[in-house]
Design a protein. Structure first.
Lengths: 126, 526
């Protein structure tokens, strides 16, 4: 009965990730994104149903496994997702660092270069 | 393996596929191969541009071939690694995917042509063309895949390429826009992955044809409604639907104008395509139950997009809001369901890809000619750039949905479908958003094009450095805009072929028997 335990753990991961991502400071959002990626991996893993200690490897001379084995598909999915979320995290980390360097802040409220607060109104008449 | 006791024909494809069926994977293969080649040609920037134009021209040809092949023989499937469905990853192209893929490649071809005169040597060295080709690989893959996890992977491919394109140049405003674009799009694709994890837990399969086959046979306790709501939320965020669309106007005006044009034509439409695939083909019952929610979202997206466009003083930001408004019209087709409305949404998708990209390119040229992107600061373009102004006026009419241009027919189809289903208020929202769009672009044309140029000393005429200074557009950079405008007029004057293809596509989504049979063989039932 591993599923309920992992389900609760996944929920805690999601709660922490959402809490961090609601912050206005980019560094916390980044940490939230990292935790979110791991939460999703756990979620996929649990959704593939759990079975302990039987790797999906065929014994010599057999064409089908002798008994039930662990589901290999979620592991393949998670491997893909890990690679993708890691590369995205790396990109966003560099991007945030460049933003901090260039814009001088990691507070998203003050990042108004692309959308200036004092943008002129559209012309009213010809 | 003649001695093997296992009957391999149960699990493996034993015969080679037809030569024509290769068309399903060739668009993706071509883009990835050329993208890799471009990366190797990093030191030869002058070669990259023409190679990209050539590759994207071939891509357009391949997609035309694919559309005709599907038109003649129905959906086509190819299995990766010879594994039979549902074990292997399927590439399944139906009319919907092929039509979207064709218009995407036309847009990319036009943008590549335009980029020859627009992307500097530095931009090329920073990898504009490799990113462009890999973006097209992601977009084509998303349109042509028949596997939902594979769809997620293509979403990520196009997302990471779009990040690269967005930050070429590394100006402060680009970094600012990219931060918002990057984080929000990553959250959206993660939501997509969460939903896919649940889908695998519920169905035990990721093949779309298999899901369509099994969706009706599940017990009532299966949490399909939760699943579909999650998918709708994730894709609505990708497509920039109303409450979750703020990343789009915050970022689309920041990169090079060619990049904006590509994004406006391709990225949000991939989200719309995924919404149609999930909502109409895989889970029609749940979409029906959620149709009021989708309709309200569609109405708000249309109206707030058009109102946002009215409130802008910058030409490029105005276009960003027009993209959002168009997404609302396509969502209206999704909300209504039924082959009539869905075919309207598909035609609108094709129209929106062509016209929004052409508009960004045209506005880029206008901003370059005027030396500023501020509406109030520009003026006199009609006198100095007559051809460009006339082209832009046609595109303005088209985006507003006025006949005889391409925007008219899909709006007509959607309004007709809405009235036929008794959703009068949705039809009204479509027409009001068209009216507001007409005012917004009409004012832009009056003030920035028709009005004589303001005196150099007047306020608001300061030069915007991102517009690249006052320069005349060359004939070569005008050509792609002209071609896209001709396509818009062509669709407007002779819409029958497109509407017929879109009707085939929509019927294939509403009753996916042919799709399922192309994957599982002719004896399969949905």
């Amino acid at each position: 009965m591993m599923e309920p335990v992992l389900a609760i753990l996944t929920g805690l991961f999601f709660a922490a990730a959402v809490y961090l991502m609601l912050s206005k400071f980019i560094i916390r959002v980044l940490l939230g994104v990292a935790i979110l990626g791991n939460a999703v991996n756990l979620l996929i893993f649990t959704n593939g149903r759990l079975l302990r200690e039987v790797p999906p490897v065929l014994a010599a001379g057999l064409d089908v496994p002798a008994g039930p084995v662990a589901n290999p598909l979620p592991q393949a999915l998670i491997l893909t997702a890990i690679v993708i979320s890691f590369s995205f995290f790396a990109f966003l980390l560099v991007l945030s660092w460049r933003a901090y360097e260039g814009l001088g802040t990691d507070n998203t409220d003050r990042m108004r270069v692309a959308e200036p607060e004092d943008a002129p109104l559209p012309p009213e008449g010809y | 393996m003649a001695s093997s006791p296992i009957d391999l024909s149960l699990a493996l494809v034993t015969e080679a596929p037809d030569a024509a069926d290769w068309l399903v994977v060739l668009p993706v293969a071509l883009c990835i191969a050329t993208g890799a080649l471009m990366t190797m040609l990093r030191g030869r920037p002058s070669l990259q541009g023409w190679l990209a134009v050539l590759a994207l021209g071939v891509l357009v040809m391949l997609n035309i071939g694919l559309v005709f092949h599907i038109g003649a023989s129905g959906p086509v499937t190819m299995m990766v690694g010879r594994w039979l469905p549902p074990f292997g990853i399927a590439f399944t192209a139906d009319m919907t995917g092929a039509l979207f893929s064709l218009s995407a490649s036309v847009v990319a071809f036009a943008c590549a042509l335009h980029s020859l005169g627009d992307i500097s040597e530095t931009g090329r060295r920073h990898g504009f063309y490799p990113f462009l080709l890999l973006l097209m690989a992601g977009v084509s893959g998303a349109f042509l895949t028949g596997d939902i996890f594979n769809l997620y992977v293509w979403f990520e491919v196009l997302l990471i390429s779009s990040f690269g394109l967005l930050v070429i140049g590394s100006e402060h405003r680009q970094i600012d826009g990219a931060v918002k674009y990057g984080f929000l799009n990553l959250v959206a694709t993660t939501l997509f992955l969460i939903a896919t994890g649940y889908l695998y837990g519920i169905f035990g399969t990721l093949n779309m044809a298999d899901i369509a086959r099994k969706a009706g046979t599940l017990p009532d306790s299966a949490p399909l409604m939760t699943l579909v709501a999650l998918y709708l939320f994730a894709f609505a965020m990708k497509a920039a639907a109303f409450p979750v669309n703020f990343w789009l106007p915050a970022s689309y005006h920041t990169p090079r104008i060619v990049v904006s044009a590509l994004f406006a034509g391709l990225l949000t439409k991939v989200g719309v395509y995924a919404l149609l695939r999930i909502g109409v083909m895989l889970f029609p019952t749940e979409r029906e139950a959620l149709s009021t929610v989708i309709a309200v979202v569609a109405g708000f997206t249309m109206i707030t997009g058009a109102l946002g466009a009215l409130a802008q003083a910058d030409m490029r930001r105005l276009l960003g809001y027009l993209v959002v408004s168009g997404i609302g019209a396509m969502l209206a087709g999704l909300a209504l369901g039924g082959a009539d409305a869905v075919s309207g949404a598909i035609v609108y998708g094709v129209h929106s890809m062509l016209v929004m990209s052409a508009l960004y390119l045209a506005i880029g040229l206008a901003g370059r000619a005027a030396g500023t992107f501020s509406i109030g600061g520009a003026g006199g373009l009609w006198q100095r750039e007559l051809t460009l102004s006339a082209l832009t006026l046609v595109l303005f009419f088209s985006v507003s949905g006025l006949p005889p241009f391409s925007g008219f027919w899909p709006k007509l189809m959607l309004v007709k479908a809405a009235l036929a289903q008794g959703a009068g208020w949705l039809a009204a929202a479509l027409l009001v958003s068209g009216f507001l769009t007409t005012i917004a672009v009409g004012r832009l044309f009056l003030i920035a094009y028709w009005r004589p140029a303001p005196l150099a000393s007047s306020a608001g005429a300061e030069r915007d450095p991102s517009s690249g200074g006052r320069k005349r557009g060359s004939a070569a950079s005008l050509l792609p805009v002209f071609a896209l405008m001709l396509a818009s007029i062509g669709i407007g004057l002779y819409p029958e072929p497109l509407i017929a293809a879109a009707t085939t596509a929509a019927e294939g989504l509403v009753s996916p028997l042919a799709y399922v049979q192309s994957v599982f063989g002719t004896e399969a039932t949905p």
